[in-house]
Design a protein around this ligand. Structure first.
Ligand code: ADP
Ligand code: MG
Length: 315
């Protein structure tokens, strides 16, 4: 049983339909109608020592990253993050550790103008769970289920560097490269800057937390469509090309933790979208197209090959 079938069987099955719940389990965040003109977005992400970070990391970075991955899910919905709660489990209450942890959290909260409004503190193996709340204009939330045949697929930035950083955690490599990669892994930038563009033009969106192929597949499954990716247009991080050589593409589409956004734009809106993105100085990469045939395909030179969605799964 994998992570997603487990959620489906034991938790999605419990859902009671409610008029105000516009989106429940299955997207980057839940979407709840709260008042005329406004929808509330809610998402939770846990960071576990040994899985999402190493307990040897600077607690500043641990806190900062735990917050960024939560913000990313609100960004993927086209929303603005406003509040979080923090459930913190600690093996012990060490002031120097807590000092650094709280500094990293403060930095992230100030950077994105988010208020910490509550939480819970318990003793146990190190674990950070953040619940984030955001707002989106009614009807402007971007769902995974909105992609239509013919829509163009876009990525907001390069992929693969965070996964490469993980693969090098135990290796010595060039110090400059190591620094670039560790920054990508520890300090991802959630793409809240795309919010106005997404609200205006995106038909669907997801953030790349598990890997492009797995996350784009979520869009395809929820939208009941398929996708073709043109491999020559993929923005692979240059260090992935440097260290992975021929395997760079395979590595980049299955590696997670990049927190770029993958989204779709209808063909008729594409030119207006590109014009506005250029005006806002936001570079996006056209990587493929939504097709009627289910599944994922790759265009490699002139050949089309099926690709299996593959990304990080906890079970
Ligand atoms: P993301 O990677 O965007 O954070 P996940 O892949 O973790 O999303 O989760 C997929 C969906 O399943 C989300 O809508 C999430 O809220 C929901 N989900 C995950 N675990 C549970 C759970 N234990 N109970 C209810 N919903 C869950
Ligand atoms: Mg997500």
């Amino acid at each position: 049983m994998n992570e997603f079938s487990l959620i489906e069987k034991y938790f999605k099955a419990l859902t009671i339909p409610a008029k105000d719940v516009l989106l429940g389990i299955g997207d980057d965040a839940a979407c709840i109608h709260i008042e005329k003109g406004k929808n509330l977005l809610i998402s939770t992400d846990t960071s576990v020592a040994g899985t999402h970070f190493l307990s040897t990391w600077d607690p500043y970075d641990i806190a900062y990253k735990a917050l960024m991955v939560n913000i990313s899910d609100i960004a993927a919905m086209g929303g603005i993050p406003w509040w979080i709660t923090l459930a913190l489990t600690l093996p012990d209450a060490e002031p120097s550790w807590l000092e650094r942890f709280s500094s990293g959290l403060k930095q992230g909260l100030e950077q994105f103008n988010i208020a910490l409004v509550g939480g819970d503190t318990t003793r146990g193996p190190l674990n950070i769970t953040i619940t984030i709340f955001g707002l989106v204009e009614e009807g402007k939330e971007i769902r995974r289920s909105g992609a239509k045949v013919g829509d163009k697929i876009y990525l907001s930035g390069s992929i693969g560097a965070a996964a490469l950083a993980v693969s090098f955690l135990d290796h010595k490599i060039d110090a400059n490269d190591q620094k670039i990669l560790m920054d990508k892994l520890q300090k991802p930038t959630p793409r809240t800057d795309l919010q106005p563009l997404l609200n205006k033009f995106a038909t669907s969106a997801v953030d790349i937390s598990d890997g492009l192929s797995a996350d784009l597949n979520h869009i395809c499954v929820e939208s009941k469509v398929g996708a073709i990716i043109d491999f020559k247009n993929l923005p692979i991080h240059p260090l992935v090309k440097k260290y992975q050589g021929e395997k760079a593409i395979e590595f980049a589409i299955t590696g997670g933790d990049d927190y770029e956004l993958c989204f779709t734009v209808s063909e008729k809106d594409e030119q207006a979208f590109l014009k506005e993105a250029a005006k806002e100085k936001i570079k996006c990469y056209s990587i493929g197209e939504i097709e009627a045939q289910n599944g994922l395909r790759a265009k490699i030179k002139e050949e089309v090959r099926n690709i299996k969605p593959h990304g990080y799964q906890h079970f």
